[in-house]
Design a protein around this ligand. Sequence first.
Ligand SMILES: O=C1O[C@H](COP(=O)(O)O)[C@@H](O)[C@H](O)[C@H]1O
Length: 241
Amino acid sequence: MAQHVFASVEEVLHGLADFFVAQATRAVAARGRFSVALSGGSSPKKLYELLASPAYRQRVPWAQTYFFFGDERNVPATDAQSNYLLAKTALLAPLNIATDHVFAVNTLLPPSAAAAAYTQSIRAFFEGEEAQFDLVLLGLGDNAHTASLFPRTAVLSAITADMQAVFVPEVDGYRLTFTAPLINQARAVAFLVFGADKAAAVRRVLAGERNPEEYPAQLIAPAAGEAAWFLDEAAAAELPR
Ligand SMILES: O=C1O[C@H](COP(=O)(O)O)[C@@H](O)[C@H](O)[C@H]1O
Protein backbone atom coordinates (compact mmCIF):
# COMPACT_ATOMS: atom_id res chain seq x y z
CA MET A 1 0.00 0.00 0.00
CA ALA A 2 1.47 3.33 -1.08
CA GLN A 3 0.86 6.63 0.66
CA HIS A 4 1.46 9.79 -1.36
CA VAL A 5 1.34 12.94 0.77
CA PHE A 6 1.33 16.35 -0.95
CA ALA A 7 1.63 19.86 0.44
CA SER A 8 -1.53 21.19 -1.19
CA VAL A 9 -4.86 19.92 -2.48
CA GLU A 10 -3.88 21.03 -5.99
CA GLU A 11 -0.81 18.79 -5.83
CA VAL A 12 -2.89 15.88 -4.51
CA LEU A 13 -5.26 16.25 -7.45
CA HIS A 14 -2.42 16.34 -9.97
CA GLY A 15 -0.80 13.32 -8.30
CA LEU A 16 -4.00 11.30 -8.60
CA ALA A 17 -4.72 12.55 -12.12
CA ASP A 18 -1.24 11.37 -13.18
CA PHE A 19 -1.96 7.99 -11.53
CA PHE A 20 -5.25 7.83 -13.48
CA VAL A 21 -3.38 8.50 -16.75
CA ALA A 22 -0.86 5.76 -15.95
CA GLN A 23 -3.55 3.17 -15.12
CA ALA A 24 -5.57 4.05 -18.22
CA THR A 25 -2.57 3.95 -20.53
CA ARG A 26 -1.41 0.60 -19.13
CA ALA A 27 -4.89 -0.96 -19.31
CA VAL A 28 -5.48 0.10 -22.91
CA ALA A 29 -2.04 -1.14 -23.95
CA ALA A 30 -2.68 -4.51 -22.27
CA ARG A 31 -6.39 -5.11 -22.91
CA GLY A 32 -7.62 -2.45 -25.31
CA ARG A 33 -9.91 -0.79 -22.78
CA PHE A 34 -9.85 0.92 -19.38
CA SER A 35 -12.59 0.26 -16.82
CA VAL A 36 -12.87 2.68 -13.94
CA ALA A 37 -15.33 2.88 -11.05
CA LEU A 38 -15.85 6.48 -10.02
CA SER A 39 -16.36 7.72 -6.48
CA GLY A 40 -18.85 10.30 -5.32
CA GLY A 41 -19.46 12.59 -2.41
CA SER A 42 -17.76 15.90 -1.87
CA SER A 43 -14.12 15.19 -2.75
CA PRO A 44 -13.87 14.10 -6.41
CA LYS A 45 -15.45 17.11 -8.18
CA LYS A 46 -12.14 18.93 -8.61
CA LEU A 47 -10.41 15.74 -9.74
CA TYR A 48 -13.02 15.23 -12.46
CA GLU A 49 -12.72 18.85 -13.56
CA LEU A 50 -8.95 18.48 -13.73
CA LEU A 51 -9.19 15.28 -15.79
CA ALA A 52 -11.52 17.08 -18.22
CA SER A 53 -9.22 20.11 -18.48
CA PRO A 54 -6.93 20.72 -21.48
CA ALA A 55 -3.94 19.55 -19.42
CA TYR A 56 -5.31 15.99 -19.15
CA ARG A 57 -7.84 15.79 -21.96
CA GLN A 58 -5.21 14.55 -24.42
CA ARG A 59 -3.40 12.26 -22.01
CA VAL A 60 -6.20 9.77 -21.27
CA PRO A 61 -7.54 7.32 -23.88
CA TRP A 62 -11.13 8.46 -23.27
CA ALA A 63 -12.57 6.63 -26.28
CA GLN A 64 -11.48 3.32 -24.72
CA THR A 65 -12.60 4.23 -21.18
CA TYR A 66 -15.68 2.70 -19.52
CA PHE A 67 -17.18 4.34 -16.44
CA PHE A 68 -18.91 2.63 -13.54
CA PHE A 69 -19.91 3.90 -10.10
CA GLY A 70 -18.55 2.33 -6.93
CA ASP A 71 -21.53 3.64 -5.02
CA GLU A 72 -24.64 5.68 -5.52
CA ARG A 73 -27.23 7.53 -3.50
CA ASN A 74 -30.79 6.26 -3.78
CA VAL A 75 -31.95 9.41 -5.56
CA PRO A 76 -32.93 10.27 -9.13
CA ALA A 77 -30.07 10.98 -11.53
CA THR A 78 -31.11 14.64 -11.56
CA ASP A 79 -30.77 15.05 -7.78
CA ALA A 80 -27.91 17.19 -6.47
CA GLN A 81 -26.80 14.25 -4.29
CA SER A 82 -26.43 11.88 -7.25
CA ASN A 83 -22.89 10.62 -7.83
CA TYR A 84 -23.81 10.15 -11.48
CA LEU A 85 -24.89 13.79 -11.82
CA LEU A 86 -21.60 14.92 -10.29
CA ALA A 87 -19.57 12.83 -12.75
CA LYS A 88 -21.75 13.84 -15.68
CA THR A 89 -21.40 17.53 -14.92
CA ALA A 90 -17.69 17.62 -14.10
CA LEU A 91 -16.28 14.90 -16.37
CA LEU A 92 -18.51 12.96 -18.74
CA ALA A 93 -20.38 15.79 -20.45
CA PRO A 94 -17.34 18.09 -20.86
CA LEU A 95 -15.48 15.19 -22.53
CA ASN A 96 -18.47 14.12 -24.64
CA ILE A 97 -18.17 10.55 -23.40
CA ALA A 98 -20.38 8.17 -25.37
CA THR A 99 -23.43 7.14 -23.36
CA ASP A 100 -22.74 3.44 -24.00
CA HIS A 101 -19.44 3.85 -22.12
CA VAL A 102 -21.22 5.03 -18.96
CA PHE A 103 -22.88 2.57 -16.58
CA ALA A 104 -25.12 4.53 -14.22
CA VAL A 105 -27.14 2.89 -11.47
CA ASN A 106 -30.84 2.84 -12.32
CA THR A 107 -32.12 4.51 -9.18
CA LEU A 108 -35.67 4.56 -10.51
CA LEU A 109 -35.80 0.90 -9.45
CA PRO A 110 -36.26 -0.14 -5.82
CA PRO A 111 -32.79 -0.33 -4.17
CA SER A 112 -32.40 -4.12 -4.17
CA ALA A 113 -33.56 -4.35 -7.82
CA ALA A 114 -31.20 -1.50 -8.78
CA ALA A 115 -28.30 -3.33 -7.13
CA ALA A 116 -29.19 -6.62 -8.86
CA ALA A 117 -29.50 -4.91 -12.25
CA TYR A 118 -26.15 -3.16 -11.78
CA THR A 119 -24.49 -6.45 -10.79
CA GLN A 120 -25.84 -7.93 -14.05
CA SER A 121 -24.38 -5.00 -16.03
CA ILE A 122 -20.99 -5.60 -14.42
CA ARG A 123 -21.16 -9.34 -15.20
CA ALA A 124 -22.11 -8.63 -18.81
CA PHE A 125 -19.25 -6.14 -19.19
CA PHE A 126 -16.74 -8.69 -17.93
CA GLU A 127 -18.42 -11.42 -20.01
CA GLY A 128 -18.73 -13.87 -17.12
CA GLU A 129 -15.06 -13.54 -16.11
CA GLU A 130 -14.08 -12.21 -12.69
CA ALA A 131 -15.04 -8.53 -12.49
CA GLN A 132 -11.66 -6.89 -12.27
CA PHE A 133 -11.83 -3.13 -12.66
CA ASP A 134 -8.64 -1.46 -13.80
CA LEU A 135 -9.15 1.30 -11.25
CA VAL A 136 -11.59 1.95 -8.40
CA LEU A 137 -11.57 5.52 -7.14
CA LEU A 138 -12.51 5.96 -3.49
CA GLY A 139 -12.97 8.66 -0.89
CA LEU A 140 -13.01 8.49 2.87
CA GLY A 141 -15.70 9.91 5.13
CA ASP A 142 -14.80 11.39 8.48
CA ASN A 143 -16.45 8.26 9.97
CA ALA A 144 -14.03 6.06 7.97
CA HIS A 145 -16.62 4.91 5.42
CA THR A 146 -15.57 4.40 1.86
CA ALA A 147 -17.80 3.87 -1.17
CA SER A 148 -21.06 3.35 0.80
CA LEU A 149 -19.52 0.89 3.22
CA PHE A 150 -20.68 2.59 6.40
CA PRO A 151 -19.78 1.55 9.96
CA ARG A 152 -21.93 -1.18 11.48
CA THR A 153 -23.96 -1.91 8.34
CA ALA A 154 -24.90 -5.32 6.96
CA VAL A 155 -22.94 -4.93 3.73
CA LEU A 156 -19.63 -5.03 5.61
CA SER A 157 -19.96 -8.79 5.98
CA ALA A 158 -20.71 -9.37 2.28
CA ILE A 159 -18.70 -12.20 0.78
CA THR A 160 -19.87 -11.80 -2.82
CA ALA A 161 -18.26 -9.49 -5.36
CA ASP A 162 -21.24 -7.42 -6.46
CA MET A 163 -23.23 -4.28 -5.88
CA GLN A 164 -25.62 -4.35 -2.94
CA ALA A 165 -28.32 -2.15 -1.49
CA VAL A 166 -27.87 -1.30 2.16
CA PHE A 167 -29.90 0.73 4.60
CA VAL A 168 -27.61 3.23 6.30
CA PRO A 169 -29.09 4.56 9.56
CA GLU A 170 -26.51 7.36 9.57
CA VAL A 171 -28.03 8.89 6.45
CA ASP A 172 -31.50 7.46 7.11
CA GLY A 173 -31.75 5.97 3.66
CA TYR A 174 -30.56 3.35 1.22
CA ARG A 175 -27.27 3.39 -0.60
CA LEU A 176 -26.03 1.20 -3.44
CA THR A 177 -22.44 0.11 -3.07
CA PHE A 178 -19.77 -2.18 -4.41
CA THR A 179 -18.97 -4.75 -1.76
CA ALA A 180 -15.44 -4.92 -0.37
CA PRO A 181 -14.80 -8.23 -2.23
CA LEU A 182 -15.65 -6.53 -5.55
CA ILE A 183 -13.40 -3.55 -4.82
CA ASN A 184 -10.62 -5.89 -3.75
CA GLN A 185 -10.65 -7.64 -7.13
CA ALA A 186 -9.52 -4.41 -8.81
CA ARG A 187 -6.15 -4.02 -10.44
CA ALA A 188 -5.75 -0.72 -8.59
CA VAL A 189 -7.65 1.33 -6.04
CA ALA A 190 -6.90 4.96 -5.27
CA PHE A 191 -8.15 6.94 -2.29
CA LEU A 192 -8.48 10.71 -2.59
CA VAL A 193 -8.53 12.32 0.86
CA PHE A 194 -7.82 15.88 1.85
CA GLY A 195 -8.63 18.28 4.67
CA ALA A 196 -8.05 18.34 8.42
CA ASP A 197 -11.52 16.93 9.12
CA LYS A 198 -10.35 13.61 7.64
CA ALA A 199 -7.14 13.34 9.69
CA ALA A 200 -8.58 11.20 12.51
CA ALA A 201 -10.27 8.82 10.05
CA VAL A 202 -7.04 8.48 8.06
CA ARG A 203 -5.13 7.63 11.25
CA ARG A 204 -7.74 5.10 12.37
CA VAL A 205 -7.87 3.37 8.99
CA LEU A 206 -4.16 3.32 8.22
CA ALA A 207 -2.54 3.22 11.64
CA GLY A 208 -5.24 2.18 14.10
CA GLU A 209 -6.23 -1.17 15.53
CA ARG A 210 -8.03 -3.40 13.06
CA ASN A 211 -11.75 -2.83 13.47
CA PRO A 212 -13.52 -2.78 10.08
CA GLU A 213 -16.96 -2.68 11.70
CA GLU A 214 -16.07 0.82 12.91
CA TYR A 215 -13.55 1.73 10.20
CA PRO A 216 -14.87 0.08 7.02
CA ALA A 217 -12.11 1.45 4.77
CA GLN A 218 -9.84 -1.09 6.49
CA LEU A 219 -11.63 -3.74 4.41
CA ILE A 220 -10.00 -2.42 1.26
CA ALA A 221 -6.95 -4.47 0.37
CA PRO A 222 -6.79 -5.52 -3.30
CA ALA A 223 -5.79 -9.19 -3.48
CA ALA A 224 -3.59 -8.82 -6.55
CA GLY A 225 -3.68 -5.10 -7.18
CA GLU A 226 -2.27 -1.88 -5.94
CA ALA A 227 -3.77 0.38 -3.24
CA ALA A 228 -2.63 3.99 -3.35
CA TRP A 229 -3.60 6.78 -0.99
CA PHE A 230 -3.42 10.38 -2.21
CA LEU A 231 -3.46 12.70 0.80
CA ASP A 232 -2.73 16.29 1.60
CA GLU A 233 -0.66 17.15 4.66
CA ALA A 234 -3.75 18.13 6.65
CA ALA A 235 -5.37 14.72 6.14
CA ALA A 236 -2.09 12.94 6.86
CA ALA A 237 -1.31 15.04 9.95
CA GLU A 238 -2.12 12.34 12.53
CA LEU A 239 -0.24 9.52 10.79
CA PRO A 240 2.86 8.30 12.62
CA ARG A 241 6.01 9.75 11.06
O1 LIG B 1 -15.67 6.60 -1.65
C1 LIG B 1 -16.48 7.41 -1.34
O2 LIG B 1 -16.27 8.19 -0.22
C2 LIG B 1 -17.18 9.21 0.08
C3 LIG B 1 -16.79 9.97 1.30
O3 LIG B 1 -16.23 11.04 0.69
P1 LIG B 1 -16.53 12.56 0.92
O4 LIG B 1 -15.62 13.19 -0.06
O5 LIG B 1 -17.97 12.85 0.64
O6 LIG B 1 -16.16 12.79 2.35
C4 LIG B 1 -18.54 8.71 -0.14
O7 LIG B 1 -19.58 9.30 0.50
C5 LIG B 1 -18.67 8.53 -1.61
O8 LIG B 1 -19.95 8.33 -2.08
C6 LIG B 1 -17.78 7.47 -2.04
O9 LIG B 1 -17.77 7.20 -3.38
